[in-house]
Design a protein around this ligand. Sequence first.
Ligand SMILES: C[S@@+](CC[C@H](N)C(=O)[O-])C[C@H]1O[C@@H](n2cnc3c(N)ncnc32)[C@H](O)[C@@H]1O
Length: 234
Amino acid sequence: MTGDDPEAFRARREALKARIDPLDKDMIDGGDRGAFFDTVYDMAGGDAAGVPWADLKPKQQLEQWLASNPGNGRTAIDIACGLGDNAEAMAAAGYRTTAFDLAEKAVSWARQRFPGSAVDYQVADLLNPPAGWNGRFDLVHECYTLQAVPPLMLQGMTAAIADLVAPGGTLLVYTRIRPDGSETSGPPWPLQERDAMGFASHGLQLVSRNAFELLRPDRKIPHWFCVWQKPEIG
Ligand SMILES: C[S@@+](CC[C@H](N)C(=O)[O-])C[C@H]1O[C@@H](n2cnc3c(N)ncnc32)[C@H](O)[C@@H]1O
């Protein structure tokens, strides 16, 4: 947490991003995405300005959805939770929430930011989740993980996310989006629309799709926030 004014925070973020970007490209070429995330969290040295995706607040679309869908003690999981803000919102809405990230530093940082949190923060790999997680969660939340991995990994990640959802459960997906067939020079790699719809081939049904743009001084960034449902068994 920084506690300083937004302008100073933004300036530090720009400076730190300039150090991260070349590293990002190198590690893609080297093929080790996990090492990249570890390095970003390490290099930030406790300053969230150094973590380009850290908003230090929950995503607005998630908060709005939670306001009309409280947990009432049901189970939830936040995939690749980063610094924990989305997971905290899920717990505050009454979900018994687990949150995990591959990067140990992210998990320890989240725990430190929210002492006494009701969230069960864990270090885990989406592609090799702990025994007992598959099919267990009434609510699964994915934000910016799919777009953060090379497109070759997309199918496996999509399947692993779908597997976590309990029968009758809900999956929320927040992602940058781009038209099918368009080029991208990630990272991040905004999902093609057909890839974002990939959960349908894992038996999930689309409940709603909110297309919106995040406005930046120099551009607009298209996003989707999708709500999916896994049918009950039988
Ligand atoms: C772009 S960040 C988004 C973090 C967070 N969801 C947010 O919106 O702030 C992507 C996160 O995915 C994590 N990650 C990447 N691959 C993962 C995997 N296989 N299992 C768990 N976490 C992973 C990274 O460590 C990183 O924290």
